[in-house]
Design a protein. Structure first.
Length: 317
């Protein structure tokens, strides 16, 4: 939904828009001392739905799902900020300014940075505050994660055995190639390969990006690139016939081959460790969030939330 073609309105009391101003400052959600007003909620909803067409944005299920996501995010943010304050996790203005400068420096110029904010319908001050929260949130998650114990050897082995299917690797070939724009050139180079080094010819004549590396493409899995699949029938050291692709005329050399296999535990250990740690940290976070919710004061105005809906321009014309 193009932002120019819709407006989000507070339609209350059977759609009587004269009450919009009166209710815009009413809270739709309160979490301890944090308040989300109807106006703020409407703006967040508009931003969330802005890329949908009018019909999709007004779909009741889409609308309700977006509302619940906004409410959940506000609850988590509020509890995170309260816990950070309790734990004395702070962020100085200087630290925030340094992070702002670092992000702005990643853009070609300030105009590009401002254009992104404009496209997101976000003011610089709002973006800065969201960045502040993101940095505090990161510090909070790090603090919560300190309780997480590394996976045991038994857990690692168990995960490996239970998920062996995910560690299967297809047949692979390690190849070099020469790519040229005319078949006649490819035929001349094919003849030259009888007396000259493949890598040297690739560097000199290939138009592919990997030419400067002697035409080295690296490992290719069977089924990943359709025009390379016929090469799997060649032996290691074999040179292909000339074949065509959307990129030109190719000559390929098979440097090495690797059969389909299940990767050994040691080769995937770091991947398993990362996965198990992420699972443990997620479980730790869910436990932490449940504890915060039990001790928090949360109130939501469902009638007001339900009364806020998307109004596309032209609905009331």
């Amino acid at each position: 939904m193009n932002p120019q073609t819709f407006a989000l309105a507070l339609l209350l009391l059977a759609g009587c828009t004269s009450h919009t101003q009166k209710f815009s400052l009413k809270p739709v959600l309160e979490v301890n001392e944090h308040v989300l007003t109807a106006k703020e909620f409407s703006v967040k909803l508009a931003r969330r739905l802005k890329d949908l067409d009018a019909l999709a944005a007004k779909d009741p299920s889409t609308n309700q799902r977006a509302k619940e996501e906004i409410l959940k995010t506000f609850i988590v943010q509020s509890l995170t900020l309260d816990w950070a304050r309790y734990q004395k996790i702070t962020l100085s203005e200087d630290e925030l300014d340094k992070e702002v400068d670092k992000i702005r420096a990643s853009y070609p110029d300030d105009l590009s940075f401002r254009r992104v904010l404009s496209e997101e319908k976000t003011s610089f001050s709002d973006w800065r505050e969201q960045l502040r929260y993101s940095l505090i949130e990161k510090a909070v998650f790090k603090k919560i994660g300190e309780k997480t114990k590394p996976p045991s050897e038994a857990e690692i082995k168990s995960y490996y055995e239970e998920n062996k299917e995910t560690f299967k690797r297809k047949e692979r070939i390690y190849l070099r190639q020469i790519v040229v724009d005319e078949e006649a050139k490819a035929e001349l180079l094919k003849a030259e390969l009888k007396k000259k080094d493949f890598s040297a010819l690739a560097i000199k004549y290939s138009i592919a990006p990997e030419a400067k590396a002697g035409g080295l493409v690296g490992w290719i899995e069977k089924g990943s690139v359709d025009f390379f699949d016929p090469l799997f029938s060649l032996p290691a050291g074999g040179v292909s016939v000339i074949f065509k692709s959307p990129f030109g005329y190719h000559i390929a050399k098979i440097e090495k081959k690797s059969s389909a296999m299940t990767l050994p535990l040691e080769e995937v250990r770091s991947r398993i460790l990362q996965t198990l740690m992420a699972m443990k940290e997620q479980a730790e976070f869910v436990s932490w969030l449940d504890l915060q919710l039990r001790s928090a004061k949360v109130h939501r105005d469902n009638d007001l939330i339900n009364a806020i809906r998307v109004d596309t321009r032209g609905d009331n014309d």
